[in-house]
Design a binder for this molecule. Structure first.
Ligand code: ACO
Length: 423
């Protein structure tokens, strides 16, 4: 194991410390180049650690995902989303009294200010629910100005709880606004997930009670989506937080990043692909097209996982449970055949392409009657647990500084301004 790195530069030897498998990029500055002190060039931050974190561990080659050291499989089997949110935020699983207080605290804050609701109501009827969610979350710091005091532990705590609690309410309002339906307010009688489903789907019935198998399936989906270390949206949250921002303003950056089709939108692309394939008989032809470079097998491959995404395995089981309630999504057979062929095909095996979390999640959301635009919202709501945990970790980390990368300037220099008549 390297303890340090020797670099020969212009006849001089420079020794850089290697700690935790990394060098400090700032240490490279002692090496001179023609363009000034040496720096690294890393678009997309492919090989750059931006923080030290104790929240989520991923070993992509082995297909391991752990929150605070607990394997995702054990949490999905035994825990709930709210308990996992507590774990991510506090580092330890709660005891019974701590969990009861936590659930009561979060559930207490589910209502939103009527003006925040109005922001959704004033959106265009066909604006994307992620855009409505962004606007509403951006407004929240105005109702809680104390949230700007991020040095105050009590303000930090209450505002992280508020954000966790209000995201499902705002998400459900955004959904119902698109349908022209009345808003359903949070109910004290319902737990976190049951209440979310009630705010989404309640019609005229006096009490809405979701099938408990669906409640459990959504709870598991939420656990699986709660955090994924320094992904694009979490990095955006941390960058905005590094300027001293409150959790609401920082979370808006996360929602915006997740909105992108390369990040939160892949499950929608899987459904589109399954629709285009149309039937199991067309799967071999589609796979041949993928191998010829005509299309990508959406829901396969991952930047970090070079093995079966552990979340995909769990989601596959959840999908089967959901279909027991909703009836089987006809596209399931196409997805299973794609997976069967791909996992046995040299093209996919040699490139280590396995199903990722998005391969089956879209099928579940569709079976629950969500339109495709809501799929990313169903990702943003649970990821809030990760965002607030990472936000807090960044705020408390004395090594963190305002995010401000370098650039390699490739433009013109030293030009003289010419009047418009002479151009
Ligand atoms: N179908 C077919 N071939 C693929 C796929 C795929 N889904 N993914 C990668 N490959 C091939 C590439 O063509 C490349 O082949 P080559 O070496 O012959 O050129 C090789 O595998 C490596 O691919 P890269 O694009 O370099 O891998 P990268 O790590 O950059 O991309 C990504 C990862 C973007 C997820 C990619 O696998 C992909 O596009 N998958 C489909 C989209 C998807 O499912 N995204 C969701 C990711 S999970 C999430 O964000 C929550």
């Amino acid at each position: 194991m390297a303890k340090n790195l020797q670099i020969r530069s212009g006849g001089d030897d420079v020794t850089l410390d290697v700690t935790d498998g990394t060098i400090r990029a700032a240490d490279l500055k002692q090496i001179a180049t023609d363009q000034g002190p040496l720096a690294t060039y890393d678009p997309g931050l492919l090989n750059t650690a931006s923080c030290r974190s104790a929240i989520t561990y991923i070993d992509g080659d082995a297909g391991i995902l752990e929150y605070r050291g607990y394997p995702i499989e054990q949490l999905a089997e035994n825990s709930t989303y709210l308990e996992v949110a507590y774990l991510l935020l506090n580092g330890e699983l709660p005891d019974a009294a701590q969990l009861a207080k936590w659930e009561s605290d979060v559930n207490h804050h589910r209502l939103v200010h009527e003006n925040a609701k109005d922001i959704i109501s004033k959106s265009r009827y066909d604006s994307h629910p992620m855009a409505k969610l962004m606007s509403a979350v951006a407004s929240l710091h105005a109702f809680y100005p104390g949230s700007r005091d991020i040095a105050d532990p009590a303000e930090r705590e209450v505002n992280m709880i508020r954000l966790l609690a209000k995201m499902p309410t705002l998400a459900a309002f955004a959904y119902r606004h698109s349908l022209g339906r009345n808003y359903v307010y949070p109910s004290d009688e319902l737990g976190f997930i049951e209440n979310f489903l009630s705010m989404l789907f309640k019609r005229q019935e006096r009490h809405y009670q979701a099938d408990e198998r669906l409640v459990r399936a959504v709870d598991v989906l939420f656990i699986l989506h709660a955090d994924h270390e320094q992904n694009c949206s979490t990095n955006a949250v941390r960058a905005v937080a590094s300027a001293g921002n409150d959790p609401y303003t920082s979370a808006v950056a996360g929602i915006a990043a997740l909105f992108g089709p390369l990040h939160g939108g892949a499950n929608e692309a899987v459904l589109k692909m399954l629709n285009e394939i149309g039937s199991v008989d067309n799967v071999p032809e589609f796979i041949a097209g993928v191998k010829d470079g005509k299309a990508r097998l959406m829901g396969f491959g991952h930047r970090v996982y070079k093995n079966y995404d552990p979340r995909a395995r769990i989601i596959k089981k959840s999908a089967e449970e959901v279909f027991q309630v909703t009836g089987v999504n006809p596209r399931l057979a196409i997805a299973q055949e794609l997976e069967r062929i791909a996992l046995d095909d040299e093209y996919f095996v040699s490139r280590k392409l396995y199903p990722n979390v998005d391969f089956y999640s879209g099928l579940i959301y569709e079976a629950l009657n969500f339109p495709p635009e809501m799929f990313t919202v169903m990702f943003a709501v649970p990821r809030t647990a990760g965002w607030v945990s990472q936000w807090q970790e960044g705020v408390l980390d004395p090594e963190q500084k305002i995010t401000r990368p370098k650039q390699i300037y490739i433009g013109e220099r030293g030009r003289s301004y010419s009047p418009i008549t002479e151009r």
